[in-house]
Design a protein around this ligand. Structure first.
Ligand SMILES: O=P(O)(O)OC[C@H]1O[C@H](O[C@H]2O[C@H](CO)[C@@H](O)[C@H](O)[C@H]2O)[C@H](O)[C@@H](O)[C@@H]1O
Length: 283
């Protein structure tokens, strides 16, 4: 018997790995025990030249709102300050997202939809000191032209996407910025044509593993696109080795091939991630 065209569920893609297929099966078998965690830039939002213009994919909020009531929890885990991700994502006050959690600054900050507030520790003094040095530092390297400094509160980021040769400038800056960060008790977080100087002690893997425990999730889906998502990928791999099934989704791009190599499922950018979320909700 053929299904009616208006009731046919969208097809779910098949993960390329056995572990990924087990993760998806577990999620579909007991969605009410599953955690769905997602990165923001490059995963829920298309990459754009100006970081201040990044916004969630037009269908992202609807897909998340359809899925969230059917699973244990949906969380966004991002390098952005939590409040910025909430604003750029349009996540506040959405029917269906009453329990959304946004873990910002790689898990150092937390916004939850229930309270509508951000919990954020004070930035360590090294951030302001490194920020103050940056203009002269970049000038001395001949790298002032083409870079853009993003003020992030708990961190400061140097972007090269708008340079004539973003990759060359990124490569030039990476080591000197790591030295500058170290002098101020900070670490660097390299990303898509960006080097961030931020406090140590937290990453998306720590944030994800801790949130899995908090929720008591029995399966987890994590989707990301960038190097900063690799610790979360590693956390899912560790959970799998501990018996918690997981599915790793790579929001594919030509800029970060490392993620595609580690993902169970590679989808075509934020549009593909949103289609996957919608298909999961429809199941
Ligand atoms: O953890 P994420 O949510 O992926 O955030 C990582 C960084 O994303 C932002 O930069 C990236 O997106 C920009 C807007 O599309 C793009 O212009 C830039 O080249 C990308 O690197 C953000 O600006 C950073 O603060 C985040 O740490």
């Amino acid at each position: 018997m053929g299904s009616h065209p208006h009731t046919r569920k969208p097809d779910l893609p098949t993960p390329a790995t056995t572990a990924g297929r087990e993760g998806l099966t577990a999620l579909l078998a007991r969605p009410e025990r599953a955690l769905v965690a997602l990165d923001f830039d490059g995963t829920l939002a298309e990459i754009v030249p100006d970081p201040e213009q990044a916004r969630a994919h037009p269908d992202a909020v609807a897909a998340l709102a359809a899925l969230a009531p059917r699973v244990a929890s949906v969380a966004v885990i991002t390098g952005r300050p939590a409040g910025v991700a909430v604003r750029y994502g349009g996540f506040a006050g959405v029917d269906g997202l009453q329990h959304l959690v946004v873990l910002g600054h790689y898990g150092a900050e937390r916004w939850d939809a229930v309270s509508g507030t951000v919990q954020a520790p004070e930035p360590p003094p090294g951030v302001a000191a490194a920020r103050a040095e940056l203009p002269g530092f970049l000038d001395a390297l001949g790298a002032w032209h083409g870079t853009w400094i993003e003020e992030k509160g708990r961190a400061v980021a140097v972007h090269t996407r708008r340079a004539d040769d973003p990759q060359a400038l990124f490569d030039t800056l990476r080591t000197p910025l790591a030295e500058l960060a170290a002098r101020h008790g900070l670490i660097t977080e390299p990303g898509r044509y960006v080097v961030e100087l931020r406090p140590p002690g937290m990453d998306k893997g720590v944030a994800l593993a801790s949130y899995v425990r908090e929720v008591g999730a029995e399966s987890v889906l994590y989707a990301g696109d960038d190097l900063g998502d690799l610790p979360a990928f590693a956390a899912v791999e560790k959970l799998r080795s501990d018996g918690v099934p997981g599915l790793l989704v790579c929001s594919g791009s030509t800029e970060v091939p490392e993620l595609a190599e580690r993902g169970d499922l590679v989808v075509p950018g934020p549009g593909g991630v949103v289609a996957l979320l919608a298909a999961l909700a429809a199941q």
